[in-house]
Each structure stands twice: as C-alpha cells, then as structure tokens.
Design a protein around this ligand. Structure first.
Ligand code: NDP
Length: 377
C-alpha cells in the first residue's frame, strides 16, 4: 500500500545530502535531522488509525443514490455537532474513525458547522490529514453553503459570488482538492434559481465538486432546480431534507418528486436531534444536546407528551429486538427513495447502535399501523 504521507527522505550516499561533498561541514547535524524525522514518521504511523479490514463486509449497507452511479451507506455521519473547535478533537476523531470502520463512507459537512463556523471543516481536515486522508477515494465528503457565514452582502444565501467563494474556503479548511457533493444549503427567494444552480454547475465543471445537491428545497423548487441542473449537464445527485417520525413534511410530495427526478434523498435529523432515542428517558443528561448546547434543542422541547410517545415507541422497538434509535432509522429507510439516514453522534457507541439499525429494516403492516397510532395520539 502506498502511504501518501510518507515523507520523502533522501537516503542516498549513507545519509549524505544529495550533491554535497563528503567533507560537507553540517553532515553530522544533517544525520541527526534525518533520524529525528525517521523517528517522528515511525511514531506517526503507529498512532495513525488503521481502518477495519471488515468495513465492506456488508454489501447491502449501500443503496444507489437516485439514478446515479453512486451508492451511499444507509447510515451517513453528519458533523454539525460535536466536531467544532470547542469540542474534544480526540472524541471527534474517534467517532469519525469508528464510522469508517463500520463502512460509513459518507461524511456530511457545511461551511458553517462548528461553532465557531468553519471549525468542523477544520477538524475534519485534521482527521483527513492525520488518519483518513489516505482513503480519500473511498470517501464521499459533502459540504454546503447557504446560511450566514461572513459579514457583508456576499456571505449568505444563494448568489454565485457567495457559493463559489465559500466552496474555495471549505476546500482550504479541509485541505481537499475537491468535495464529492456541493449543496445549496437552502433556497434563496431573492436570487434567481438559474444563478444558484449555475454556481453549483460551475463548481462541478471546475472539478471542485463531483456532484451537485440541494437541501431544504420544497417539491416545486426541487423540480425546477433539477431541470436547470439537467439542462446545464450537471444533474442533481441528491436532496437533503429533514425527516423523522416527528417531522414528516417530505411525505406528501417531496419523496415522489425525488423519485420522479431520479434524485436520491438523504434525510437529516432522523433521530429528531436525539429525541427519538432513549437519551431523555431519565431526565436531561448534562452531556446531551439539550443539556449542553441549547441552540437547536431546548430542554423545553422534551415535553411529557413527547416522552409518552417515545416510550411507547421504545416498547415497540424492543419487541423488534431494536433500540428506539434503530427503530427510528429503520422507519425512515423504509422508503427506497431515502438513500441514507444522516445521523449525528456525540459518542462512538451511538454510531455502533445506529449502524445496527440496518440489521432489521423490514416492518410488518401491523407494526407500521402501531407506529401511526402512537404518533397520532
Ligand atoms: P440526529 O437526529 O441523528 O441527532 C443526533 C443526536 O442524537 C446525537 O448528537 C445524539 O445526541 C443522539 N444520538 C445519536 N445516536 C444515538 C443513539 N444510538 N442512542 C442515543 N442517542 C443517539 O441528527 P442531527 O440533528 O445531529 O443531524 C445529523 C446531520 O444532518 C448533521 O450533522 C448535518 O450533517 C445534517 N443536517 C443538515 C441540515 C440541513 O439544513 N441540511 C440541518 C441539520 C442537520 P447527544 O448529542 O445528546 O448525545
């Protein structure tokens, strides 16, 4: 195997610097320099993560993304939380490496993930540099632009100016030559769709992204955007909407639009940010999202009514031999249009648990009816 990060050390002439006469006066210190680098390299190799040889043992773990050539893992890892500059780098690294060991090839980022904005891409860049970058061709890495990123009129929404500048910044933070998927993070009501889609198509044609994606676009906007992208010769690969048992806005129309357009769906927050797990059954743990980072999940969101539902769903999950998180993931993946469930994780063990969902993706009619009844109560 070729190690991309193996430093090229000139060893010709028994440690002699190339082109130097034997009497070169700094020769001894050069030898010391060489052995220091060699030692550092050996240390680096020892701590660099070696991915599990078993990571592709489950071929059914991958589903085709729409009508494209790409297959994505049923469970993908998002870096919105727990990968920022204020989070433990060692924990972030452990989660990402564990995910890859389990066959998770897709890592989802955005320019603004952190906090501070941009720091999740920086952390992931370091993970790539120090651990996973040697397997770049086995990875699908996505990023997005669309939300507030820098001050002034060009750091938000959907202009060509913002999207392309942001992509350059993302590539720099991650130390990448290209991302696999570049998304418009949200539709911009004030920028012509042709301009935003033109920027995505340009990103693909320039080689800085391999595929274009949409996130948070409504069904009609999605169909229009897909046509523009198709006409530009850079078809839309994927759509990233929110979807879980507690938020079903995609069901009436968006999933059918994706099917008709041949676009894959990757659904975010399938665990409703942790509510659809056993995380809050005994109160609000200090290390949970609602416990320590209340920006997007407030303790007030964990109501008694919600807990009553999730505990009933948990009983049903147990009757299927699953955890509640596994039930929630299997449930979103019951649609074939849903290529992947995009989870977040604060611990390695959560990734293991979530991947375990794929051992049982089938539901009986009776189980589905019981879920509907619980959700409607
Ligand atoms: P989830 O709904 O999967 O919530 C993740 C949280 O659930 C974790 O942080 C953890 O909470 C808890 N959890 C995960 N697995 C388990 C488990 N097995 N048992 C118990 N608890 C568990 O998704 P996110 O809301 O984190 O979103 C996922 C990704 O989606 C993001 O990282 C991002 O990539 C993408 N996203 C995209 C958006 C867009 O606009 N396009 C918007 C939002 C997200 P805890 O931290 O409390 O332990």
């Amino acid at each position: 195997m070729i190690h991309r990060y193996r430093p090229i050390i000139p060893l010709a002439g028994a440690g002699q610097p190339p082109g130097c006469p034997l009497s070169f006066p700094i020769f001894p210190s050069y030898r010391r320099f060489l052995s220091k680098w060699k030692g550092l390299f050996i240390k680096l190799k020892a701590i660099m993560h070696t991915p599990a040889a078993t990571r592709y043992d489950s071929p059914n773990f991958y589903r085709r993304c729409g009508r494209s050539g790409v297959r994505l893992p049923l469970i993908s890892l998002g870096l919105w939380h727990n990968f920022g500059g204020q989070d433990s780098y060692e924990n972030a690294r452990a989660i990402a490496c564990r995910a890859f060991d389990l066959g998770i090839t897709h890592f989802d980022l955005a320019n603004n993930y952190g906090p501070p904005a941009g720091s999740a891409e920086e952390s992931f860049g370091r993970i790539l540099r120090e651990d996973l970058g040697r397997w770049r061709d086995e990875l699908i890495i996505s990023t997005k632009a669309g939300y507030d990123m820098w001050p002034g009129p060009y750091g938000d929404w959907g202009s060509r100016k913002y999207l392309l500048a942001s992509l350059d910044q993302s590539l720099q933070r991650m130390g990448l030559a290209y991302v696999d998927i570049f998304y418009s993070h949200r539709p911009d009501p004030e920028t012509p769709l042709e301009e935003t889609m033109g920027a995505l198509a340009h990103a693909v044609r320039s080689g800085k992204a391999l595929y274009a994606g949409l996130s948070n676009y409504k069904p009609a906007e999605t169909a229009r955007a897909a046509k523009i992208l198709r006409d530009l010769g850079t078809p839309c690969l994927i759509h990233q909407p929110r979807y879980s048992m507690l938020d079903r806005w995609v069901e009436p129309q968006l999933l059918a639009t994706l099917e008709a357009e041949g676009i894959g769906g990757i659904v975010f927050s399938p665990l409703a940010k942790g509510i659809l797990t056993d995380r809050y059954f005994k109160g609000i743990p200090a290390d949970s999202r609602a416990g320590h980072d209340k920006r997007f999940l407030r303790p007030a969101d964990i109501t008694d009514a919600v807990l009553t539902k999730t505990k009933k769903l948990n009983d049903l999950a147990q009757s299927r031999g699953q955890t509640l998180a596994q039930l929630a993931l299997a449930w979103v993946l019951r649609h074939k249009t849903v290529t992947s469930a995009l989870i977040g994780a604060s611990k390695m063990s959560q990734v293991d648990d979530c991947v375990g969902a794929t051992r049982n993706l089938n539901f009986t009619g009776e189980e589905l009816a019981r879920i509907e009844k619980i959700l409607a109560e």
